[in-house]
Design a protein around this ligand. Structure first.
Ligand SMILES: [Zn+2]
Length: 252
């Protein structure tokens, strides 16, 4: 046995299983699974990044409430089957595409990734057109420095690089919302009022607010205009909490 080379893996697995022993004991004692033994009843289908800092429990820590799909860069296309299961079979009224600040996939996509493994390149390729789209938009608007002066981050100044990556992160979420709305079955659910597709950003880099792990809405059913979003009829009654969470940097 190659014990030496496996040492780290064995220690890690032992650590995770020890944690799990305590977890399962506590969960059983507290009856955390009792109401969901026969089936799951999540109320949100979530597509987000695999990044270990992006946590479902930032939205809901109750077991069985978040139907979660993760991949690098929160892509829709490779997981349309899982998304369809969440909205079509589990009938969640919300499908959220959640990007995040400080995303490694976005960062890598703004650079040369030709040295990466081909599967990683393939996973990142989908962001490249969005990088170009944001660059072209900024050219039209007078360049990134001019744009940043007009739309500063809310909390503290950030580098042009971090700012640009945040714009690409928002644009990528918008493109993923478009991608789900291009799916016939999902579009029908939205069209008939059974489903709302929400584009959002999870921020722990103090760009949108100083609260780490805060989630902000940037897109609802394809609408990206903040003023229009705030006027949506559907948000007028119970929507105050939503209104306060609508915030975005990228204006088309
Ligand atoms: Zn990420």
């Amino acid at each position: 046995m190659e014990q030496l080379s496996l040492e780290k893996s064995v220690n890690t697995l032992a650590g995770k299983l020890s944690y799990n022993i305590s977890y399962a004991k506590a969960a059983t004692r507290a009856g955390k699974y009792d109401s969901i033994l026969e089936g799951q009843h999540p109320d949100i289908t979530l597509v987000t990044c695999s990044d270990s800092r992006v946590l479902e429990r930032a939205l809901d820590d109750e077991i069985g409430k978040v139907f979660s799909i993760k991949n690098i860069g929160n892509r829709v296309e490779p997981n349309l089957g899982s998304i369809e299961y969440g909205v079509g079979h589990l009938h969640t009224p919300i499908l959220m595409i959640l990007g995040h600040t400080g995303c490694g996939a976005i960062h890598a996509s703004t650079r040369d990734v030709s040295g990466e493994h081909y599967r990683i390149i393939r996973s990142l390729e989908f962001i490249k057109p969005t990088v170009a789209e944001v660059q072209k938009l900024l050219i039209k608007k007078g360049g990134i420095a001019v744009y940043m002066a007009d739309h500063p981050p809310w909390v503290k100044p950030v580098s042009e690089e971090a700012y640009f990556e945040t714009l690409v992160t928002e644009a990528n979420v918008d493109r993923q919302v478009e991608a789900v709305l291009n799916d016939d079955k999902i579009r029908e659910l939205v069209y008939t009022g059974k489903l709302m597709v929400v584009g959002a950003i999870y921020d722990f880099k103090d760009i949108y607010s100083p609260e780490k792990g805060a989630v902000f809405v940037i897109n609802i059913n394809g609408e990206t205009d903040v003023e229009k979003l705030k006027r949506l009829n559907v948000l007028s009654s119970d929507g105050k909490v939503i209104l306060d969470k609508i915030k975005r940097l990228l204006v088309y």
